[in-house]
Each structure stands twice: as structure tokens, then as C-alpha cells.
Ligand binder design. Sequence first.
Ligand SMILES: Cc1cc2nc3c(=O)[nH]c(=O)nc-3n(C[C@H](O)[C@H](O)[C@H](O)COP(=O)(O)O)c2cc1C
Length: 368
Amino acid sequence: MPVMLQTPFYDPGKTYDENYNYGPYGAFADGKDLRTNEIPKIDFLGFKINTPFGIPAGPLLNAKFCKAAFEKGFDVIHYKTRRSRVFPTNQWPNVLFVDVPGDLTPLGGAKKPLLGSKTTNKNPTHFSITNSFGNPSPDPDIWQEDMKKAVEAEGPGQLLVASVVGTIKKGFSEEDYFDDFAKSAKLAKETGVKVIELNLSCPNVANEGIICYDLEAVERICRKSKGSVGDMPLLIKLGYFSPEEQNLLENIVKSILPYISGIAAINTIPAPVVDENGKQALPGSPARLVAGICGASIKWAGLEMVKRLNLIKKKLKSNFAIIGVGGVMKPADYFEYRKFGSDLVQSATGAMWNPYLAQEVKRRLKTL
Ligand SMILES: Cc1cc2nc3c(=O)[nH]c(=O)nc-3n(C[C@H](O)[C@H](O)[C@H](O)COP(=O)(O)O)c2cc1C
């Protein structure tokens, strides 16, 4: 029996463009401003924040979504990843529920096909979904104007972060591609946003693969992007690194310390997703057989990355911020991430189906 769920603020039953033009949906969009006069006292990247909880890059498509998120008390939020040029969205559907028994591990569950469907019988704190958009982007002229409005929607103790990614164009050299990250970061800086994140981890991007595991590429992208944003804090977003890749992770972090102020982890865990006939569930290119999985089943991976990034931070005697993302579906998950050493915790899937998640976290904090 499918469970009756709240209308998510990003509605997977509608196309990306419908969501962009008419969203957000559900209680998230009721216009009620739930912010109170909190005294911002948590330091995050030199800014005073109310509560170090928010929404990562993805489900907040434009200023309307960002304004609604701020009003519902999500204090540090990311505007959806943007590019230096127009880029199309993957064919609808982009989000399916996936049936994952327990934790999704890269060498275990994520090796076998997962069943994707438009309904679920799991309750909203337990499910996992695909997210397969391909990092669409409007023209910079459009998103820059809109991002300015999102910055204006910040209340006291709230912070908007811009997420950007490079785009490969026909005839581009590797250098041109890395320069394009820096160009996108510069375009974001022009909007007045105070922090920029480089998306180095998305598995669903046409052509580009996952660059976050390539030390040299990451170093060059960060160096160039820092050159274009100057004193502004620069973050990077990583995918999951296995314990066997801990040395690689440490070397990457060491090489980019001069340029970055924080690391967000994780994005999604890639896995094949099929329909009830065993066929590719998401339409379009054969590459879409594999989709990024997020939600409850990847919490273990986000927590593990936070723990291991903290070990590296201590070893290198550094003070970069750690942003814990992945499977935060309920207030207890926020507290778990904080215990593991996250300076900021964010929820995408959980927040989409629970517009009051930030309120619930704040209520629990008050009783401590
Ligand atoms: C609808 C949706 C869209 C997303 N788009 C992006 C994106 O544009 N850039 C990005 O870095 N991550 C994107 N993500 C990944 C999230 O930022 C996050 O890393 C991932 O969903 C894991 O968190 P969760 O388990 O709370 O969903 C997206 C996630 C969702 C659910």
C-alpha cells in the first residue's frame, strides 16, 4: 500500500520546468514566515548563523524556493548548481523512489539493480530516491538576476551559498574546462552571494564523469576558482571516498588547503535503477541506467566521510569547515552529524518531504 506523503516542495510528478516556474509546492509554499528573533551565535566561515542546519545544492531551484526555505527556518541554504552557459535538463522523470534494503554501499547494494518507482510504501524518514537532472542551467543573465533576489531573502543569521560547476564545450581543452569553473564562480560572485561551492561530485553530468577523485584536476580547479573569487570563502562538494581511498582524500585536501574554506560531503551514491521489467527506469541515454541515490540509505556514507574528514583536519592541523550531507531525514540525524563533527548539516531529500524539519531541529535544540 502506498503511504500518503506530504506534497514535497519539489514535486517529482512534475517536470523540472514546471517546478521552476510554478513551485515550490505544499506547506513549504504557504508564505508563512516561521522565523523568530533568534540571536545568531554559531560561527560558520566567519558569519554568525542561527542554527547550522539547511538545504544543500539541488532542490532549491530559484529565488522563490530559497525565500520559502529561509522563511521555514533553514538557515544555510544552497541555490541549485549553476553553469556559465545554458544547459538542458535530463528527460523527466528525474526523481523516482528506490527500494533499498538498509544501507546502500558502493560495493554491495549499489552494484545490483535497484527497483525505481513513482510511489513508495515507506514513511518519509525511511526512503531513498534517485536524483538525475544533469545539472541544468539557465543563461547566466537569468540566474544572476534571480540569485540576487535569493540573497535579498536572507534574514538575520541566514546565509545563501551559490553552487557552480564547469561545462565542457566542443573543442575545449582540459584547461578551458577548468577555467570554466572559475568563470562560473566569478559570475556567482557578481550576484552578491557571500560563499561559493564548487560541485566536484555530481555523477549525472553529461561528459564530465566524477572529477573529485582526480587530485590534479581538483587542485587546478580550486586554484583557478580561488583566483577568481578572491577573499570569498570557497567550498568544494565531494562524493564518497572509501576507506581505501583515505590517502587520496588526505592528499587532495592537503593540496587545496590554500584555496578552500570548507568541504561538503556527500553528494549521491551511483547505482543502476530499473523498472519492474528489469529495464532502465530513467528514459534517455543508456548512461541514465546509473543514477545518483540519496536519502536514508546513504546516511552511513555521509557520517563516515565527516568522521574521516575530521581525522584529516586534525592531522593537518587545519580549520576548514565540514558540511555533513546525506540521509538527514529527521532531527536525530542532525544531532548525529553534529556529534561526528559537522560544522553545518544539510538535508535535501528529508527537507523536500518535511517543510518543518528545521523547525523540529530548532525545537529539539531548545530542550537541550
Ligand atoms: C532534487 C535534488 C537535486 C539535486 N541537485 C544537486 C545539484 O544541483 N548540485 C549538487 O551538488 N547536488 C545536488 N543534489 C544532491 C544533494 O545536494 C545531496 O548531496 C544529496 O541529495 C544527499 O543528501 P540527501 O540524502 O539529504 O538527499 C540534489 C539532490 C536532490 C534530491
